[in-house]
Design a protein around this ligand. Structure first.
Ligand code: C2E
Ligand code: MG
Ligand code: MG
Ligand code: MG
Length: 274
């Protein structure tokens, strides 16, 4: 059996390696349990326009672990991704996000907010991806126009034709798409033009050195001017200091996200901030 084969394989490794493997298996089981117990919740980080007004939020998953407290994705996202548990996890966050959008639509001060949700390329490439998103929109009553889906660049290009057609189907319904961590992956200019995209998110590694690092300034300027030509919106991630926002704005960036405007917070805290 596969299990017996796995054991044989493990016997080639040293005990330390085995400890790592069994920790991974334990964590995977714990994620499975946490999903069943609905311990994964959506936190929100504000996204601001050029004048600093909150125009929306990004949903970032947090694990309310009964023993370990509130856990950030760094602790579990990698294992969830490898084990396939990222798919039910993304679904759970998408559902929570759309429920939230439907509630926001009822109040004048939240009705115009957009919500960006991270999805794994694994989820995008699932056969029922488009159906799942459409069903969730229908069941929750959320408007597709307020929903943005963020996909990480490096994983998007597994099967470009498939990605394009799925994105297009949802885009026809009004859903928007952003490329996350832009500049760190492998997108060629040709792919950028083919993908039905709305927004590029400048990765925070390029924002960090602003305004002094000449290389970072050059990269950020290049992304902004290319995006203008392709008629794509740009949002800068990881903006922590006013000087970073100033130079981004100087070069044409109109949307910002980072600790300068707020850290990821509970839904209640986000509403308070508004
Ligand atoms: P991301 O989508 O690129 O999200 C941005 C990350 O940068 C978040 O980390 C956020 O807390 C952090 N961040 C935001 N502003 C600042 C800043 O000014 N300074 C610094 N140093 N960091 C900042 P977080 O919440 O730990 O999430 C890490 C990654 O986990 C996300 O990166 C995303 O790729 C993934 N992720 C989060 N939620 C989900 C989800 O529901 N589904 C999937 N598939 N992935 C998710
Ligand atoms: Mg993101
Ligand atoms: Mg990012
Ligand atoms: Mg990231």
């Amino acid at each position: 059996s596969a299990k017996a084969a796995g054991k044989d394989m493990l016997s080639f490794y040293d005990p330390q390696m085995q400890a790592v493997v069994s920790m991974r298996i334990e964590l995977e089981e714990d994620i499975r349990r946490g999903l069943a117990q609905e311990e994964f919740v959506l936190y929100l980080q504000p996204q601001a326009d050029a004048s600093g007004n909150v125009e929306g939020a990004e949903a970032l998953v947090r694990w309310q672990h009964p023993a370990r407290g509130l856990l950030a994705p760094g602790v579990f996202i990698d294992i969830a991704e490898r084990s396939g548990l990222i798919e039910p996890l993304d679904l759970a966050i998408l559902r929570q996000g759309c429920e939230l959008l439907a509630r926001w639509a009822q109040q004048p001060h939240t009705a115009a907010l957009t919500l960006a949700i991270n999805i794994s390329a694994r989820f995008l490439y699932r056969d029922d991806f488009v159906c799942q998103v459409r069903d969730i929109l229908q069941h929750t009553g959320a408007s597709a126009l307020q929903l943005k889906l963020e996909i990480t660049e490096s994983l998007l290009l597994t099967d470009v034709d498939k990605a394009v057609s799925r994105m297009q189907l949802l885009r026809d319904m009004g859903v928007r798409f952003a490329i996350d961590d832009f500049g760190t992956g492998y997108s060629s200019m040709a792919y950028l033009q083919r993908l039905p995209l709305d927004q590029l998110k400048i990765d925070q590694s390029f924002v960090r050195g602003l305004p002094d690092d000449k290389g970072n300034v050059a990269i950020v300027r290049a992304i902004l001017s290319m995006a203008e030509g392709l008629e794509l919106e740009v949002i800068a991630e990881g903006v922590e200091h006013p000087a970073q926002q100033d130079i981004l704005r100087l070069h044409g960036c109109r949307h910002f996200q980072g600790y300068l405007f707020g850290k990821p917070m509970s839904v209640d805290a986000f509403i308070e901030l508004l």
